[in-house]
Each structure stands twice: as C-alpha cells, then as structure tokens.
Design a protein around this ligand. Structure first.
Ligand code: FE
Length: 334
C-alpha cells in the first residue's frame, strides 16, 4: 500500500525526530552565536534547530503553540521577560547541580537561569555635567539636573527592571518620589532607545541619561569615526557604588514545560554555563559572563572597568514589575 504523502512525511519526521535534536527559540542573534551553537553540536551530537524572533513575539508564539509547541528552550533578554515566561507557567523546573554550582544563586531561579549580565549606567555630557553630580540613580531626580535628563520610555523592560530594583531597596513611596523627580528633570518626553540617549548626550541635547552597558561598549567599539568622536564627549558613571551597587539585568533562558527533548534541553543549559560557552554568550553582546571562571577578552568591556554590582536576586527584579509600571504611570513617566 502506498502511504498518502502527509502520512509519509509524518513518518519521515518522526524518524528524524529520534535523532538527538534541540529546538531553540531565541531572541539572540549575535556574531558569536554560530560558534556557540556549533560547539554544542560538536560536543554532544545534538543538532540545534533555531527559531529566532523578537522577545515578545517568541513568547507569544510559545503560548499559542501550547502543549504542541516544539520549543525546548527559550532564550531572551531582561529579567522582566524571563519572569513573564515563568508567570505564564511556560518554564519547567530544572534541578541541575552543575547549574547550581556554576551560576551564583542571585542570578538564577528554580526554572530560569541567567547566562550573562549587563549593567544600567549613567552617561553624561562631560562639558555640561559634573561627574560628582551623577554618582547615584537618586541624583537623576535632583533639581540640579532640571531640563537635563533624557530617557527612553518608562514602559520599557529595562526601565521597569531598574524601577523594580529601586522599589526593592527603598520601598514604593521613595521610588515614586524618585520617578516624579526624574519627570521634573526631563529635557523632552521619553523617546528612542538607549543608543539614542547616549547620542543625544554626546550632542549636548541632553546632559544625562541611563543606558545598558552593551550599548556603550558597542559605540566604544564602533568602526564609525563620528561615533568614536561622539563617545569622547560622554562620561560614564557606575551608580550607587557606595550603597546598593549598580543595577544589573541579565540575558538568560530556561527549559519549557512542554519541551519534547528534555534531556537535550538540560544538557544545553548546562553547556551554556561552561567556560567556553560563557565566553561566546557574553561576548556576542558585550556582556559579562555569570560564571566567575569564564574569561572574556573584550577591550570595550575592559575599558568600562570594574564596578560593584547590585546583588539583588533576579527573582526580586521580577517581583515588582507591575508596581514599577504603576509608579511610572502615576509620575507621568511615559
Ligand atoms: Fe537591548
């Protein structure tokens, strides 16, 4: 008997699916990713099928696919998005002594793990702003900076996570006071991304802004002379070095509850915490590895120097996301 084409295709698919494979839903797309994934396949024989997309789109896709989702692993940026996947019940708990011993406890949860960190720093125009006036996140609300502060939207996950950390440290009332002070200091209504804020600071349109470190590092590594020239005008301050430490956020991922290839998925998460993978993972976006023994030779990161990072657990960042949005809204931080 001749099988109908659809059945034949299904049978074929079922056969190939028995070979070790891993379906990776990733919001990453960096230069070093090819090496990151091909090394895993080389080490384990497990083939990686990559589905790439924007963070929120991938999350939506996994939700829509439901129990039939082929996704084994979801990788994305920002604790807020990872927390959202957790809250939607998409991740499966992973108990791995390897992950537990290699990733510091404040950078992991029971079902998702951080694999690199980025810091949220203050960038300022060296000609118009004194370094000593911008050493803390609290300084951004100081009337001294009236008309000088530029920002991206308060609804963006990066700013929501920063606000979450402030709520965790100082409480809601102080956090709202801070938000109101920043709004009073705005040069213009929030717009653009972090890079736009850095460029506006360099151009003297704004005096001060906050940015994730990898945007700073990217501009410092730029091949465009005008961008390198612009960066000469920009000072970088590590906020809260005398208090809570500079707010850090993460890239990370977890195994999905519906993962068809669970053993391969855990193997992959453990691989991402290896020294070798950590270097690729972090360097691809000018971030820092989470594993202390992993070494990255990245001149732009070296140029940023060392700093005290806020040890607040990533779990706590996730905890206050909704409150952070309410506070920004109340303060008129659009
Ligand atoms: Fe980003």
């Amino acid at each position: 008997m001749k099988l109908p084409l659809a059945v034949a295709t299904l049978t074929l698919f079922a056969c190939t699916a028995q070979a070790a494979e891993l379906n990776l839903y990733s919001a990453r797309h960096y230069q070093t990713d090819e090496a990151l994934y091909s090394n895993f396949t080389k080490q384990t024989g497990i083939k990686i099928n990559r589905i790439e997309g924007k963070e929120d789109e991938l999350l939506e896709r996994i939700r829509n696919e439901g129990a039939n989702s082929p996704a084994d692993i979801f990788i994305t940026v920002d604790a807020a998005r990872l927390a959202k996947a957790h809250e939607l019940g998409l991740f499966a708990p992973v108990a791995s002594p390897k992950l537990e011993s290699r990733i510091p406890s404040h950078l992991r949860t029971e079902d998702w793990f951080s694999f690199s960190t980025r810091a949220r720093v203050i960038v300022y125009n060296k000609a118009t702003i004194k370094a000593e006036d911008v050493q803390n996140y609290a300084d951004l609300a100081n009337p001294k900076l009236k008309g000088k502060l530029c920002s991206r939207s308060g609804s963006h996950p990066y700013n929501l996570s920063l606000m979450s950390s402030v709520i965790a440290h100082l409480g809601e009332a102080k956090a709202e006071e801070w938000a109101r002070g920043m709004v009073a200091n705005f040069t213009r209504a929030p717009k653009g991304g972090d890079t736009d804020q850095i460029k506006a600071v360099a151009a003297g349109e704004c005096g001060v802004a906050v940015s994730n470190t990898y945007y700073v590092a990217r501009l410092l590594r730029s091949t465009k002379p005008e961008e390198l020239k612009a960066m000469e005008k920009v000072g970088i301050a590590w906020p809260n070095q005398k208090t809570s430490g500079t707010h850090i956020n993460v890239s990370g991922g977890g195994m999905l509850k519906t993962a068809p290839n669970k053993a391969a998925a855990i193997q992959f998460l453990e691989y991402l915490a290896s020294d070798e993978a950590q270097a690729y993972f972090a360097d691809g976006n000018n971030e820092w590895p989470v594993v202390s023994s992993a070494r990255v030779a990245n001149p732009a990161l070296d140029a940023l120097g060392k700093f005290k990072a806020d040890p607040l657990p990533v779990k706590n960042l996730a905890m206050y996301q909704a409150k952070a949005q309410i506070i920004y809204d109340r303060a008129g931080y659009k």
